[in-house]
Design a protein around this ligand. Structure first.
Ligand SMILES: C[C@](O)(C(=O)O)[C@H](CC(=O)O)C(=O)O
Ligand SMILES: [Mg+2]
Length: 309
């Protein structure tokens, strides 16, 4: 009832145990707190919180317009709804090293298990679009070192994302990944890999867990969990999958409603009232109320929901 029963510290310990090279742990992207609950119910290993989804949900493009406060608040709302560890996309860290340090502490406070910080500069963009720009290694290494130094929980995962692959090629991306591990990164997110052999090359080159981004309509094919596991990947994210699916469904029902004058034809596809209540654990709140509201006043009927009161 109410929220996660697992503490942030425990979630971070769990995350560290999950991130084994070759385990290809699946972290679907939650687009709201309730969808995080669904992800947990379906037996996934963790929850991803996408910067693109966060921005798009506010009606903004994913170009670095969201603020640390917005991201930490929303990520915290999502993290508290699940017992799974949640990793959030911290974009470029929201500024220079001192800002990155504050970012990490705010995300720790919000109950996240880890975050990734990338080497683009603002205005940043989706890693699967052309025309990206990256900062030099020194600047990025300082971001990562500041992040690692600022955390108070040693298990809070600092993942370095590099967008260098699309700008300077795979070898340069691998060199950067290695240097970022030296700077303190606990894990590497190599963005926009072209094929599975590229993931394999990164996994071989670094000694830390590697993430694969299986975003639809991007530069990477949608590899299966098994393919990525065989390549040595530790964690796979599906950042925008649920938002795309939910918005696709919303668009279809609006079309039906406009065309037919009723939503009747779409009801079958909808989450039922019962299922929705199940997801918010409605029943547990009822039980809680009944447990508290158990006293009697002589001569007065104060049964639950008594209209006379
Ligand atoms: C992973 C990502 O950073 C995100 O914000 O979810 C995006 C996803 C996307 O735009 O499809 C990315 O840059 O790949
Ligand atoms: Mg992003």
């Amino acid at each position: 009832m109410l929220y996660s029963h697992t503490t942030p510290e425990a979630k971070r310990r769990i995350l560290r145990e999950l991130l084994v090279p070759g385990a290809a742990r699946q972290f679907p992207g939650a687009f709201n707190p309730l969808s995080a609950r669904l992800i947990g119910e379906k037996g996934f290993d963790g929850v991803y919180i996408s910067g693109a989804v966060l921005a798009n949900d506010l009606g903004l493009p994913d170009i670095g317009l969201t603020t640390l406060t917005e991201v930490a608040t929303r990520a915290g709302q999502i993290a508290r709804m699940t017992d799974l560890p949640a990793i959030v996309d911290a974009d470029t860290g929201f500024g220079e090293p001192m800002n990155v340090a504050r970012t990490v502490q705010e995300l720790e406070n919000a109950g996240l298990a880890g975050c990734h910080i990338e080497d683009q500069f603002n205005p940043k963009r989706c890693g699967h679009l052309d025309g990206k720009n990256v900062v030099d290694l020194d600047t990025m290494a300082k971001r990562i070192a500041a992040a690692a130094d600022a955390r108070r929980d040693p298990n809070f995962l600092i993942m370095a994302r590099t967008d260098v692959r699309a700008v300077e090629g795979l070898d340069a991306a691998i060199d950067r990944a290695k240097a970022l591990v030296d700077a303190g990164a606990d894990a590497i997110f190599p963005e926009a890999m072209k094929d599975v052999s590229e993931f394999e090359a990164v996994c071989k080159a670094v000694d830390v867990p590697v993430l694969a981004n299986m975003t639809e309509f991007g530069k990477s094919e949608l590899f299966t969990r098994q393919q990525l596991a065989d390549a040595g990947v530790a964690i796979v994210i599906y950042p925008v999958t649920l938002l795309r699916s939910a918005m696709g469904a919303a668009e279809r029902v609006l079309d039906a409603l406009a065309a037919q004058g009723t939503q009747e034809s779409a009801v079958e596809e909808m989450l039922t009232r019962a299922r929705l209540y199940e997801l918010v654990d409605y029943e547990a709140y009822n039980r809680f109320d009944t447990g508290i509201f158990n006293f009697q006043v002589p001569g007065l009927d104060i049964g639950s929901n008594n209209a006379a009161l």
